[in-house]
Design a protein around this ligand. Structure first.
Ligand code: NAD
Length: 353
């Protein structure tokens, strides 16, 4: 079967990663890249594909089977609309758009034209996250009651040389927590409302460096999440799961999912139960249920291939990506005001204006 012809808009850090992945995958080939940056032409030449300054020209000249948009967030809407207008399947990097109002517009446009759209929440394609979901769905843990997550790591000081990273919106709530929220939604279902507090006590920039979040899931389960980008630690999924593009592997856990019958630690995939399905009077036993290990970014390309070739539903479609964005926006809003914020109240065009 002929390889799918994929083009990329935006050839920065993530666009170049996608180019390598499309190259590596047996069912895809790279047919063009658009990026007007002065250094882009040379970087594209290394892949031996046509380079364009304008992604519209790229699509019209190469007629690809799919387009990966890896542009800065504020350009996602405009580029996404250009892709779906041409009825080309769209892979949009996360977050789906910069704002919820934009996300609603893009999802509506894709649905109106019937164009498949997927969002780059790569962790859902990771073997540990998929296996964790299977364990939860198998009923082995019983009804999920209590969920806990950590994202603690220390960013280098020169990371903050870029001005927007020191300002509200450029911090770990909107940049990093979005991945963990997406995973928790995938594992435990939608989140109904959130409460949060944050501070900037580590560095004193206008942006937060540390936050504590309380999650109320639609299922009734309760959760808490602690994050900081000023704390050295192994308690961060990318390092713990050996899936980080640039960080060293340090095996360990960053999520704990507790049910009536047992607790699952992720990503090590150890399940803790009491003997004979008992309680604290019975000895605890630990069972390791992991096994598979694959590259989540390559598995994400598998999904793109399946969506384009076979018309399967994307693992993360546009609306799903938008719900994750709305949940993170609810956390940011709750951290500002202190009161609980529902995800439903964020899913309106006015919510983030
Ligand atoms: N899923 C992940 O693991 C992950 C990791 C990092 C970034 N991202 C996402 O990927 C996207 C890109 O992030 P990045 O870190 O690669 O940013 P980046 O700044 O490194 O790259 C963006 C590129 O887009 C180019 N660009 C700007 N305007 C353009 C236009 N009109 N047409 C074509 N190209 C244009 C820029 O020249 C730049 O090369 C963001 O949405 C980000 O959130 C996802």
């Amino acid at each position: 079967m002929a390889r799918l012809r994929i083009a990329i808009a935006g050839f920065g850090l993530m666009g170049r990663e996608h180019a390598r992945l499309i190259r590596r995958h047996p069912d895809t080939e790279l047919v063009g890249v658009a990026d007007p940056a002065p250094d882009a032409a040379a970087a594209v030449a290394a892949f031996d594909v046509p380079h364009f300054a304008d992604y519209r020209e790229m699509m019209d000249a190469t007629k690809p089977d799919g387009v990966v948009v890896a542009l800065p967030n504020h350009l996602h809407l405009e580029a996404g609309l250009e892709v779906v207008k041409r009825k080309i399947p769209l892979f949009m990097e996360k977050p789906v758009t910069a704002t919820i109002a934009e996300g609603l517009k893009l999802v509506e446009a894709a649905e109106a034209t019937g164009v498949p759209m997927m969002v780059g929440h790569h962790r859902r394609h990771a073997s540990d996250i998929r296996q964790a979901r299977q364990i939860i769905e198998s009923g082995r843990l019983g009804r999920i009651l209590a969920v806990n997550g950590l994202w603690l790591t220390k960013k280098p000081l020169d990371y903050f040389d870029t001005a927007w990273r020191r300002e509200p919106g450029g911090g770990p709530l909107l940049i990093n927590l979005i991945h963990d929220i997406d995973v928790l939604r995938y594992l435990c279902g939608d989140i109904e409302s959130v409460q949060a507090v944050s501070n900037n006590s580590a560095r004193g920039f206008a942006v937060e460096d540390t936050a504590a979040v309380i999650l109320k899931f639609e299922s009734g389960a309760l959760g808490s999440f602690l994050l900081s980008d000023a704390v050295p630690s192994p308690y961060v999924w990318d390092m713990a799961a050996k899936q980080a593009l640039y960080l060293a592997h340090q095996p360990g856990d960053c999520y704990v999912i507790g049910g009536e019958r047992g607790t699952l630690a992720v990503p090590t995939l150890h399940v803790w139960t009491h003997e004979n399905d008992g309680d604290w009077r019975h000895p605890l036993q630990r069972t390791h249920l992991g096994g598979l290990q694959h590259d989540c970014y390559l598995a994400q390309v598998d999904d793109l291939v399946s969506v384009i070739r076979s018309g399967t539903k994307p693992v993360v479609d546009g609306m799903d990506g938008l719900r994750t964005l709305a949940t993170v926006a609810a956390v940011a809003k709750a951290a500002e005001g202190g009161a609980a914020v529902t995800v439903a109240e964020m899913l309106t065009p006015e919510a983030d204006s």
